[in-house]
Design a protein around this ligand. Structure first.
Ligand code: SF4
Ligand code: SF4
Length: 281
């Protein structure tokens, strides 16, 4: 169990606790302001990306300080966790509305709007979160795929997530003033700021999943399709055995590799069951 499961889930998966999505949490004024202002300061986001990309050239003590302080701050404000599609389905099972919106990260990293982010709420028709989203200034989004929030049924949303899996996009839940959870994103390492920060620059702003992947050598035929989808470089190919090999130290447990495997050779196991990675988040 990750730190949030202990603090915000009473020892269970924190993102499967309905109270972490509650409308009551949205009555907190600071949280409402944070959500309203979330996308407002594009200039500051651009500067953050620039600083993050230059961090490796900074003195070592600065790097160490950033790596210690940023996660601490983000855990209170806006922190994420990788979730496999089975758990996304469970979340969609108890929330009452799902809206698809353009991805904020991709606007800044690649200058394109793509509908990869999903707002979730316990209230009907978007609930209070939907109301707040209407106040968010998204005028910076100018692409053809960025207009408005699109309400989806649970079935439409999960079908959309399955399409994202074919593109190799990793599902992540996000807090807005922890522990309130307001969104699920579909991330890749090149475009998503959280993955760039966590994986590329080693400044964690999200936890790995509560799972790790294992490949069954008896089923694997060594086609290597799974390697193309793994955003974390966790799968290699053994030429001697002609099999895929998953490095559990690198695996984030997203389960996306399974979408590529027609032999059903990869499955997820609870991270907690493996003493080697049980405490690696
Ligand atoms: S996609 Fe499946 S069969 Fe192909 S290499 Fe990966 S685990 Fe093996
Ligand atoms: S090997 Fe691990 S990190 Fe890579 S796609 Fe599979 S589950 Fe995700």
């Amino acid at each position: 169990m990750c730190e949030f499961c202990l603090k915000h889930g009473e020892g269970q998966k924190w993102y499967l606790q309905a109270n972490n999505y509650s409308e009551d949490l949205l009555n907190d004024i600071r949280r409402r302001k944070m959500i309203e202002n979330f996308a407002a300061d594009g200039e500051s986001t651009a500067k953050t990306i620039e600083k993050m990309d230059k961090l490796s050239t900074a003195p070592k003590f600065i790097q160490a300080l950033v790596r210690r302080l940023v996660p601490r701050k983000m855990k209170k404000r806006h922190y994420g966790q990788v979730v496999p599609i089975e758990d996304v389905e469970k979340i969609f099972g108890f929330v009452n509305s799902i809206v698809r919106v353009a991805c904020y990260c991709r606007h800044f990293t690649v200058g394109k709007e793509k509908r990869y982010c999903y707002g979730i709420s316990m209230g009907p028709n978007g609930g209070k979160f939907g109301e707040l989203m209407k106040n968010v200034d998204t005028s910076f989004l100018t692409g053809p795929d960025s207009v408005g929030a699109e309400t989806l049924t649970k079935e439409q949303a999960i079908a959309s997530f399955r399409e994202h899996e074919k593109e190799g996009l990793c599902h992540t839940v996000w807090t807005f003033q922890t522990p309130f959870i307001g969104g699920i994103c579909n991330c890749d390492r090149a475009d998503c700021l959280a993955m760039r920060s966590t994986v590329t620059h080693n400044i964690p702003v999200m936890f790995r999943a509560e799972f790790i992947a294992e490949a069954n050598p008896d089923k694997c035929v060594g086609c290597r399709q799974c390697m193309k989808l793994c955003q974390f470089g966790a799968i290699s190919y053994s030429a001697s055995n002609k099999k895929a090999v998953i490095d559990k130290m690198k695996c984030y447990g997203c389960g996306i590799c399974r979408a590529a495997c027609v032999k059903d050779a990869i499955h997820l196991e609870p991270r907690a069951n493996d003493p080697v990675v049980a405490k690696i988040w």
